[in-house]
Design a binder for this molecule. Sequence first.
Ligand SMILES: C=C1C[C@]23C[C@H]1CC[C@H]2[C@@]12CCC[C@@](C)(C(=O)O1)[C@H]2[C@@H]3C(=O)O
Ligand SMILES: O=C(O)CCC(=O)C(=O)O
Ligand SMILES: [Fe+2]
Length: 345
Amino acid sequence: MIMSTLSEAYQDHPLHPHHVIPLDFDSVRALPDTHVWPPASHALESDDRLSIPTVDLTDPDAGKLVGQACEAWGAFQVTNHAIPLDLLREVESEARRLFSLPTEQKLKALRSPGGATGYGLARISPFFNKYMWHEGFTIMGSSIDHARDLWPNDYQRFCDAMEDYQKRMKELAITLMHLILKSLDISEEERTRVVSAGGASTALQLNSYPFCPDPNRAMGLAPHTDTSLLTILHQSTVNGLQIFKDGVGWVLVSPTNGSLVVNVGDLLHVLSNAQFPNVLHRVVLKENQQRLSLAYFYCLPSDFHISPLAPLNPTRMPLFRSVSVRDYIGIKAKNLEKALSLIRF
Ligand SMILES: C=C1C[C@]23C[C@H]1CC[C@H]2[C@@]12CCC[C@@](C)(C(=O)O1)[C@H]2[C@@H]3C(=O)O
Ligand SMILES: O=C(O)CCC(=O)C(=O)O
Ligand SMILES: [Fe+2]
């Protein structure tokens, strides 16, 4: 058996159960002190000057526009991405069905302390002294084992929807990766080496930010960067996602019907030799209702060695030393946002 999956890389870094088990959101009437955060610094409302670019994937200039967006923002929205709206709705509705289950039922699919998949708090929880107002469900490949625990007689439609979604997302991720690496002037051979490795290592994260009795004092998802090459995000109609832009501050990313948000993750930041920022983002609770999102992480297998790719005409010295994805995950599990500086020359 090839041991280079992401779940295997995360097994080496077990979490304490209190950093896995979510609150019983059904029973709380007031925000517990354990979940009170200092006021989140104010975010700009998105207007035309201050929102991430939107790229129409059928635009003949899409490659150039995607490259520019990655460099300026580390994020963009895509339209005409070929993911059927019906599929987005179906997966969202299955996610809603999951998070609507009674707490005791959801706990039957609890992520194990050393595990990577199932129901639980965000993996970054141990780095913060307050808990986030968040519950997640992580899928890597088949979701059948956990789905059976949740719905012994009715798990198939959940699994089918998740499988279909991961397949379509992988195709989109491959298209985007080729466009992005082409914009960096990476040879076709090198692009194919990276992109074909990427397909073997992905994750789908269903996120729920339950209705909150005191949204202004709670935090949905604390500021973080994704460990992926890129993340493709679908958000329900509820606001809350913000990205941080240097020199500007927190910028709201409003959901627009059918478009998908693409984030540059740590791995692509390294491959691009820091030309693309790995975008810092967070979720605040803006509206008085439950919010859902679906995050698809396109990663590299844990035995892949990441280092800056050489463009056809190299001009800059590599900023990072070569490190396996497994080792990078290990460094990040102990240091979170300092991980990248630890692999810089
Ligand atoms: C493939 C991934 C990416 C993970 C870990 C693993 C599965 C779950 C992902 C998330 C999802 C929620 C935010 C995050 C920061 C978290 O806590 O868990 C992500 C993390 C990462 O991007 O590092
Ligand atoms: O819920 C969102 O909009 C963002 C989720 C996210 O950042 C993640 O899953 O990594
Ligand atoms: Fe994220």
